[in-house]
Design a protein around this ligand. Structure first.
Ligand SMILES: NC(=O)c1ccc[n+]([C@@H]2O[C@H](COP(=O)([O-])OP(=O)(O)OC[C@H]3O[C@@H](n4cnc5c(N)ncnc54)[C@H](OP(=O)(O)O)[C@@H]3O)[C@@H](O)[C@H]2O)c1
Length: 351
């Protein structure tokens, strides 16, 4: 295949101020000559990029496990691509790979498996089509929901499970997986449309619009015996309110903090944390990559639920590399339903 002579790449241009939405103004789209692989390297055409609210912290240096990027640095991000040129013995042209590809059309990579986490490059041996499933419901979003609910939340049949940002990527998977595990599921989302969709399409038992409802009142009505498991994607005041409605020996899964903007700065704990003592409950954070050794098990389980129709794939792609900053910004405005991805290039044809 003839490759273009130039590669487009988003680079960090300006850091967002506290509370300021992230978008095009924070990045520059720069063209530079197409890199040429040396011995041990591969050139990957990016097909899809994932988004995550935590990507905001890559440029602000807020909460997160990654170092802060400098002005002018290429923007980092996980994606899926196809090997177009290989000078690495373990990779062949046409193979599908997932890893830290960055916000660009082509990524030059030196696969060495050094970190042992999802940030390493790995091959997708039996691709499922459309390929976006691998970054969405069967990929990081589904895995995050799966490990949070099974390892941290230890959901048992009959548990009342509450999920925040339930109509988002991780949240929509968490709602469906919690049901598959036998939970009674309540989803929290930011609009009546999303709430109806949670009940009608994802089969949540109930939903709450946090923007219009009295959250505490609705929790009293819907969970009079308390919440057994809270899958928290947002933090902030929603977390604080939910803490006041925990059941005895409840598990609070700290998955994400979007309500805090992923901004740096001083933080205060939620005052209602005292309920943890009174109700012998625990609150625990986790990173999906902590469970890398069990990814194959999770993949098989997610695939089985998908094949049985228990787990609907909910992906919400934007189109074109140029839409990537807006795709990230939309997460903070509730503009997505399901996993927000960016389709950078069309899926190659299967086989
Ligand atoms: N721990 C891990 O290993 C891990 C891995 C992946 C992702 N995460 C975290 O998991 C969470 C979900 O990630 P995702 O990629 O699937 O994003 P997402 O949930 O699809 O997108 C964010 C959603 O959050 C809601 N939201 C935005 N601002 C909010 C606010 N101030 N208060 C309440 N809700 C708000 C919006 O929906 P509404 O319309 O409902 O407001 C929006 O659609 C994120 O916090 C992410 O950082 C953690």
């Amino acid at each position: 295949m003839d490759l273009p002579t130039f590669n487009r790449q988003w680079r960090v241009a300006r850091r967002p101020l506290d509370g300021e939405p992230v978008g095009d103004h924070n990045f520059d789209l720069v063209s530079s000559p197409m890199p040429v692989p040396e011995e041990g390297e591969i050139l990957v055409q990016v097909i899809l990029l994932g988004t995550s609210p935590a990507q905001r912290s890559y440029i602000t240096g807020g909460v997160g496990m990654h170092s802060k990027l400098g002005i002018g640095d290429p923007m980092r991000g996980r994606g899926l691509g196809i090997v177009r040129h290989s000078r690495h013995p373990a990779y062949r042209e046409g193979e599908i790979v997932i890893g830290s590809l960055g916000w660009q059309d082509y990524a030059l990579l030196r696969p060495d498996g050094t970190t042992g986490t999802i940030f390493d490059i790995y091959k997708v041996d039996n691709p499922v089509w459309p390929l976006r499933l691998h970054l969405g419901t069967l990929g990081a979003a589904g895995m995050t929901a799966y490990f949070g609910l099974t390892k941290v939340g230890q959901v048992q049949p009959g548990d009342t499970v509450l999920v925040s940002a339930a109509a988002g990527g991780v949240g929509s998977a968490a709602v469906q997986i919690a049901r598959a595990l036998g939970g009674r599921v309540i989803g929290i989302a930011g609009s009546d449309d999303k709430c109806a969709w949670l009940r009608d399409t994802l089969k949540a038992d109930a939903s709450i619009n946090y923007r219009s409802a009295d959250l505490a009142g609705r929790l009293r009505e819907l969970a009079p015996d308390g919440i057994n498991v809270y899958f928290d994607n947002v933090g902030g005041t929603i977390l604080n309110t939910v803490l006041d409605h925990l059941a005895l020996r409840a598990r609070v899964i700290i998955c994400g903090l979007i309500a805090t903007d992923y901004a740096p700065g001083e933080r205060y704990g939620p005052p209602n944390y005292t309920r943890l003592l009174r109700y012998r409950s625990r609150m625990e954070g986790f990173f999906v990559q902590d469970h890398a050794a069990e990814f194959p098990v999770a993949e098989r389980q997610l695939r089985a639920w998908y094949d049985q129709g228990v787990l609907l794939p909910i992906e919400d792609p934007s189109q074109g590399l140029e839409t990537m900053p807006a795709a990230l910004g939309s997460l903070f405005a509730g503009g997505n339903r399901g996993v927000r991805l960016c389709q950078v290039a069309p899926d190659p044809s299967p086989g």
